[in-house]
Design a protein around this ligand. Structure first.
Ligand SMILES: Cc1cc2nc3c(=O)[nH]c(=O)nc-3n(C[C@H](O)[C@H](O)[C@H](O)COP(=O)(O)OP(=O)(O)OC[C@H]3O[C@@H](n4cnc5c(N)ncnc54)[C@H](O)[C@@H]3O)c2cc1C
Length: 329
């Protein structure tokens, strides 16, 4: 199964590839090593940066297919999909990997439909067996793991962030940069209004190593400040349950779960969250789970590594204080 493993670059919209791209390239490198293939990045942007291209080489891409065009930003899947499909038609990669992010989830699903191939969405592991790639992905909100393979290439998959390891960066590795001739068809949609996200100064939810999350137990939007204070001290992102989002306490982009973001941080701390299966679907692969709930029977304690039965309004400020003291030492 020698061939190119393509990784779609997720960037920060300022010309810099994000950490999750290093994870895609890392896993692709391991698979390519086992199968005699090689790793390439595909970067669609209005403006890529030289530093970003260098970074992709150090993360393991031997070639970068660079599609640079003003029409590629902001992301619109109806513009990106035909461009990547055309390139894939010409270059016939063995596999195309994307990340489980809002943009790439949509892109890979559309690409699979357009190329008429299968998609292993939200994959958490891969194995090469008899020249075939086997993907493992959670089903039934994470209750079961299914193993699947593809009937024909290219093998499309989205990879869950924070699950796969980046390779040790290869200092000075320079990728070949190709600027292929591909039709970029401008979107028929017109941008009417653009709202920039207000910078919180906290890490992004899907990229963070530590996530502090709040649910209905917080009782109101004003109380999220308790979690934000804790998050600032330990460098965490703040997430929420759907109950908190539906109540209008947090925007939907902070929702964790089946109909929100999927996260896999090193540490997840849930405050006033009961642990409904749909919430667990978005965070159960976190390495260490801490739950704070006043109800000792709350289902979240079943999957928690550490549980604190208590009132979050007492426990969260105490944790903030204690972390501050420890980290200031
Ligand atoms: C199709 C579908 C999709 C869904 N998708 C999602 C999803 O993506 N994400 C998601 O989160 N949910 C999702 N849900 C909703 C899910 O079923 C639950 O309703 C939701 O997760 C509950 O949120 P919660 O835990 O914040 O609230 P609750 O279930 O009301 O739990 C609140 C918890 O706070 C505790 N508590 C209260 N006061 C305190 C206090 N002072 N100190 C400590 N603990 C306290 C309570 O004991 C309780 O356990 C979905 C549901 C459906 C049907």
């Amino acid at each position: 199964m020698a061939g190119a493993f393509w990784c779609i670059v997720e960037d920060d919209r300022a010309g810099r590839p994000k950490k999750v791209t290093a994870e895609l390239l890392g896993e692709a490198t391991r698979l390519a090593r086992q199968s005699g293939g090689h790793v390439e990045a595909v970067w669609l942007a209005d403006k890529a940066s030289e530093d970003g291209l260098k970074q992709l080489g150090e993360w393991g891409a031997v070639r970068v297919w660079l599609l640079e065009d003003a029409a590629l930003a902001p992301f619109r899947s109806e513009v990106w999909t035909p461009a990547v499909a055309e390139l894939a038609g010409k270059e016939a990669p063995q596999a195309i990997f994307g990340a489980v992010t809002s943009r790439q989830r949509e892109l890979l699903a559309r690409l699979a439909a357009r190329l008429g191939v299968g998609l292993a969405a939200d994959s958490v592991a891969f194995r090469v067996e008899d020249g075939k790639l086997i993907a493992t992905r959670p089903v039934y909100a994470g209750k079961l793991l299914s193993k699947i393979t593809w009937a024909k290439p290219p093998w499309l998959a989205t990879l869950r962030p924070n699950v796969f390891k980046a390779e040790e960066p290869k200092a000075g590795a320079v990728p070949a940069v190709e600027r292929p001739s591909v039709a970029i068809v401008p979107s028929r949609m017109t941008l009417v209004e653009r709202k920039e996200e207000v910078a919180t100064g906290l890490p992004e939810l899907t990229e963070a190593d530590v996530v502090v999350s709040g649910g209905r137990g917080l009782k109101g939007p004003e109380n999220f400040v308790i979690l934000e204070e804790l998050a600032k001290v330990i460098g965490a992102a703040v997430g929420a349950s759907r109950a908190a989002v539906d109540a209008g306490w947090r925007p939907h982009r902070f929702q964790i779960g089946q109909t929100g973001r999927t996260i896999s941080p090193k540490l997840y701390m849930g405050f006033g969250i009961s642990g409904a299966i749909q919430h667990l679907a978005g965070m159960r692969t976190s390495k260490i789970i801490v739950a704070v709930n006043k109800d000792p029977e709350a289902p979240i304690f079943k999957i928690a590594d550490y549980g604190i039965v208590g009132d979050l309004f007492e426990v969260a400020p105490l944790l903030t204080q204690e972390f501050k003291r420890l980290l200031e030492k």
